[in-house]
Design a binder for this molecule. Structure first.
Ligand code: SF4
Length: 440
C-alpha cells in the first residue's frame, strides 16, 4: 500500500511531493564545503558530463564568494541550477567522490551547486558576457536542455539565435518530465528567464516545425540549424488492450501530473510496466498520489536500467515490484479492469514465457514506461541520416554529414540525462561557431 494519502488540495500535493534535495542554508553550505579535500585531478569533475570545476566552486562557497561559485558552475553548464537538483549525482559526481572509498558520506555536490545557483538566480547576478554581434543567424529546433544550452553558447559568441518550440513553455523534459520532488516548475522556468535576459536569444512558443514549407523556409533563412528535437510520445507496447481508457504512457502521465497535478486522473490500483528510470518516476509519483502501485518488469531486478537509488525511492514510497513478469493482455469493459500476466524465464539472455504461469492482477490504471518514439519525419529532406533505432546520426562534432544541420540531446543519444543534453548542446554550439566562421 502507498505510504501517502491522496492529495485533495495543492498544499497536500506539495507535502507529498516535498523536495528530496532541499535548499541548504548558508551555514550548512559553508560547513559542507569545508569537508571537501579539493582533490588534485578530482574524480568528481571527470564524472560530470559538463566538466564543472567542482573543487573550485566548493572552495569559492567556503570563502564566501558565492557569486564566483555560480560563475564557475554556469561557465561549464548553462543549466547549473536544474542539474544540481535533477542530476543523478549519486552515480555521477557524488558517486565518484573520494570519500566513498573511506566509508564516509560523499560531499553533497548537488545541494552545494543548488545553493550557489539559487543565490545567483534570486539576485539576478550578471554571469555572462556576450561577444560583439556577428551577422550570423542560427535556428534551434526545440527548447529543451540541449536546444537552450546550444542557444546560450551561440548567443554568448555573438550570433543571432531563434528557438522554435512546439509547446507553450521551455525546457522540454526538464520541465515536463522531471519528477516534482526533484525540482519545481517555477525553478526550471526561472532559470530559462535568467539565461534569456542575459544572453538575449529568442524563443518562439507554440511553433512546431512540422511541414515541408516550414522546414524549407527555416533552411533558407538561417546560416545553420541545431536539432534539439528530443523524443516523441510513449511508443506502443504491442499489448492487446493498451488503447483502453486507463492505460497511458509514462511520459504523458508524468507531464500531466507536472502541469496539472490535481486535474490529472490517477487510479487507485496502478500497474507500471518497465524497468527504466521513467518507470521508477511513474511508480514514485502515482504512489505519492495515494495509489497502490505494482511495478512489473520482464527480467530480474539487476537487469533493470534504472538506478538503484531510484528503485529504493519507489520502495520508500510504498510501491511493490514483481520481476520476471510480463503483461500479456490488458482487460476491461472500455476501461482497464485487470491485467493478465505471465512469469518469464531467462535462458542465456533470451526471454520466454514460462508455461502455465499466467495470473491476473486487478487494477484500474496501467502506465507503460516502454520507451519513446523517435521524431524522424521530414528530416530526410536535408540528407539527415538515422541509425537503426531512429536516432539522428552525427559526426564527433555533432554535425549531420556535410550539411548545415547539427544535433544533440535525446534525439541523438536515444534518451539520457538532462546534463548530457546540456553538454551536447554546448559542444554542438562550439562546432556550429567553427562552421560559421569557416563557411561564411
Ligand atoms: Fe571534493 Fe569529493 Fe571532489 Fe575530492 S572528489 S574534490 S573531496 S567533492
Amino acid at each position: 500500500m502507498s505510504d501517502f494519502r491522496r492529495p485533495e488540495t495543492i498544499e497536500e500535493y506539495y507535502e507529498n511531493f516535498a523536495q528530496i534535495k532541499p535548499l541548504m542554508n548558508a551555514t550548512a553550505a559553508y560547513y559542507e564545503s569545508s569537508r571537501c579535500l579539493f582533490c588534485y585531478d578530482a574524480p568528481c569533475v571527470t564524472a560530470c558530463p559538463t566538466g564543472i570545476d567542482i573543487p573550485l566552486f566548493i572552495r569559492q562557497i567556503g570563502t564566501g564568494n558565492v557569486t564566483g561559485a555560480a560563475r564557475t558552475i554556469y561557465s561549464s553548464n548553462y543549466f547549473g541550477h536544474t542539474c544540481g537538483k535533477v542530476c543523478p549525482t549519486e552515480v555521477l559526481c557524488e558517486g565518484a567522490c573520494v570519500y566513498n572509498h573511506q566509508d564516509v558520506k560523499p560531499i553533497e555536490i548537488g545541494r552545494l551547486q543548488s545553493f550557489a545557483s539559487t543565490e545567483a538566480l534570486s539576485k539576478g547576478e550578471r554571469l555572462f558576457i556576450r561577444m560583439p554581434a556577428t551577422e550570423m543567424k542560427v535556428a534551434v529546433i526545440g527548447a529543451g536542455p540541449a536546444g537552450i544550452a546550444c542557444a546560450c553558447e551561440l548567443s554568448a559568441l555573438g550570433h543571432h539565435v531563434e528557438i522554435f518550440e512546439a509547446k507553450s513553455r521551455p525546457s522540454g523534459l526538464a520541465l515536463h518530465g522531471t519528477a516534482p520532488y526533484k525540482i519545481t516548475n517555477q525553478e526550471v522556468l526561472d532559470e530559462v528567464t535568467f539565461l534569456q535576459e542575459q544572453l538575449g536569444f529568442q524563443i518562439h512558443y507554440n511553433q512546431p516545425i512540422d511541414t515541408i514549407r516550414e522546414w524549407k523556409d527555416l533552411d533558407s533563412a538561417f546560416d545553420a540549424v541545431f536539432l534539439g528535437i528530443g523524443l516523441g510520445e510513449t511508443r506502443k507496447a504491442g499489448i492487446p488492450g493498451e488503447d483502453m481508457k486507463g492505460c497511458i504512457g509514462a511520459t504523458e502521465f508524468i507531464e500531466g501530473l507536472k502541469t496539472s497535478p490535481l486535474e490529472t486522473w490517477v487510479g487507485k490500483q496502478v500497474i507500471v510496466v518497465g524497468g527504466g528510470n521513467t518507470a521508477m518516476d511513474a511508480c514514485s509519483e502515482s504512489a505519492r498520489m495515494g495509489a497502490d502501485v505494482i511495478l512489473l518488469y520482464r527480467r530480474d531486478k539487476d537487469s533493470m536500467s534504472a538506478y538503484h537509488f531510484e528503485y529504493d525511492m519507489i520502495r520508500d514510497a510504498g510501491a511493490r515490484a514483481m520481476f520476471n513478469t510480463v503483461v500479456i493482455e490488458i482487460r476491461g469493459n472500455e476501461k482497464v479492469r485487470e491485467v493478465v500476466c505471465s512469469k518469464t524465464i531467462v535462458d542465456n539472455g533470451n526471454l520466454s514465457i514460462a508455461p502455465d504461469s499466467s495470473f491476473i492482477l486487478p487494477c484500474d490504471m496501467v502506465i507503460k514506461a516502454t520507451g519513446q518514439e523517435k521524431q524522424t519525419s521530414l528530416l530526410d529532406l536535408f540528407d539527415i541520416q538515422y541509425d537503426g533505432k531512429g536516432c539522428i546520426v552525427t559526426d564527433e562534432y555533432h554535425r549531420c554529414g556535410e550539411t548545415k544541420y547539427f544535433a544533440g540531446g535525446d534525439a541523438v543519444n536515444g534518451g539520457a540525462e538532462v546534463v548530457n543534453a546540456c553538454a551536447e548542446g554546448k559542444a554542438a554550439a562550439q562546432s556550429i561557431n567553427r562552421y560559421l566562421l569557416k563557411e561564411k
